[in-house]
Design a protein around this ligand. Structure first.
Ligand code: UDP
Length: 346
């Protein structure tokens, strides 16, 4: 079986590592990784390949920047050439980025079976570019690997019931892989001068927060208030950095640092007393590290984190319940389940 995997953005490198590691150890099934180039800075891309042992991409399409339409279109054109040449038995896509969407559209138009990891998530906010990417990718996929029970029922409501599997969350697999190395190898706390149990961690990058100046200023003020009693560490996403420069905003009382690698972010997660984020991945990683989270969005597709009392939206005053365990995400065997299903198709 010959698989072709399309990735392009930071969260995809982390997810892909879990499945690719298993494929690489198995004779009879091969994988080629295509990097669209969506994220290209070393600390947004290559560091994840080296830390997580992801095979080098066989193609880098170098499609970076531009509007959603231009970016997706350029990716599609280049992906089509690659897929026509490679003739894979299946295309694997991850998550909800423009790279996911481009991979999905090109594969189905060439009649190549499409497999979507992290299928069925819905925020029910169609103003989010990620939501559109999810809906289209799920409609087109032949096998849909869902992280939660709710994602299965979201798909059911859209009439998608065939090839749907609840496999748990590959991000938990990734967290288990990274946590030990993070403790052993990362010196990020010393580097930035913070101590375990004495800081907050923040990330912010979603278009819904960065694209509108008023909204962006409101979120920054909220973070400044949260950081009055305790140091807040904020690895700044390149898009957010640009926006801060454009609006002339320097958050007060917050430690701004460059984006960090996967071991460093897990070291920061292990020592933090609370997470403020609009990232899908970080909301769950906060739970994996048993750190309470405040989500800087008006809704979330990871509703289990809210229902279990570990997460709250910034618009709500308090956490919903006493803190419960979430069983949906599995025990770190999601990538293995995905792999076994892929193999059963060959
Ligand atoms: N992350 C990282 N370094 C950072 C910030 C985030 O490695 O400086 C990781 C984070 O732990 C999570 C992933 O990047 O696993 C999330 O990516 P992002 O927030 O860009 O995307 P989303 O999860 O919202 O799709």
């Amino acid at each position: 079986m010959k698989l072709l995997t399309v990735v392009g953005a930071r969260p995809q490198f982390i997810k892909v590592a879990t499945v690719s590691r298993i494929i690489a150890q198995t004779p009879g099934i091969s994988e080629k990784i295509i990097h669209t180039g969506q994220h290209f800075d070393a600390n947004m891309s290559s560091i994840f390949f080296s830390e997580l042992g992801i095979p080098e991409p066989t193609h880098n399409l170098e499609v970076m920047g531009g509007s959603h339409g231009a970016m997706t279109g350029r990716m599609m054109e280049k992906l089509e050439t690659v897929m026509l040449a490679e003739k894979p038995d299946g295309v694997l896509i991850y998550g909800d980025t423009n790279s996911t969407l481009a991979g999905a559209l090109v594969a189905v138009k060439l009649h190549i079976p499409l497999f979507h990891v992290e299928a069925g998530l819905r925020s029910f906010n169609r103003a989010m570019p990620e939501e559109i990417n999810r809906i289209v990718s799920d409609q087109l996929s032949e096998q849909l690997f869902c992280p939660t029970r709710l994602s299965i029922s979201n798909l059911q409501k859209e009439g998608i019931t065939k090839g749907v599997h609840h496999v748990g969350d590959v991000m938990y697999d990734a967290t288990l892989f990274a946590s030990e190395s993070a403790r052993a190898q990362s010196d990020i706390l010393d580097q930035i001068g913070v101590e375990d149990g004495d800081y907050l961690l923040c990330t912010l990058h979603r278009a819904e927060n960065t694209d509108d100046e008023q909204r962006f200023r409101k979120v920054i003020t909220f973070l400044e208030e949260a950081a009055t009693d305790r140091v807040m560490v904020f690895p700044v996403h390149p898009r957010t950095k640009q926006v801060m420069q454009k609006y002339g905003i320097t958050p007060k009382g917050i430690k701004l640092i460059d984006p960090v690698g996967y071991f460093d972010i897990h070291r920061l997660l292990a020592g933090t007393v609370g997470v403020y984020t609009d990232s899908g991945g970080l909301q769950k990683e906060a739970y994996f590290h048993k750190a309470p989270c405040v989500t800087l969005r008006d809704e979330t597709e990871w509703v289990e984190t809210i229902e279990s009392g570990w997460n709250r939206l910034w618009t709500s005053e308090d956490y919903r319940t006493s803190r419960l365990n979430i069983t949906d995400y599995g025990e770190g065997e999601s990538a293995r389940k995905i792999f076994d299903i892929l193999v059963s198709l060959s």
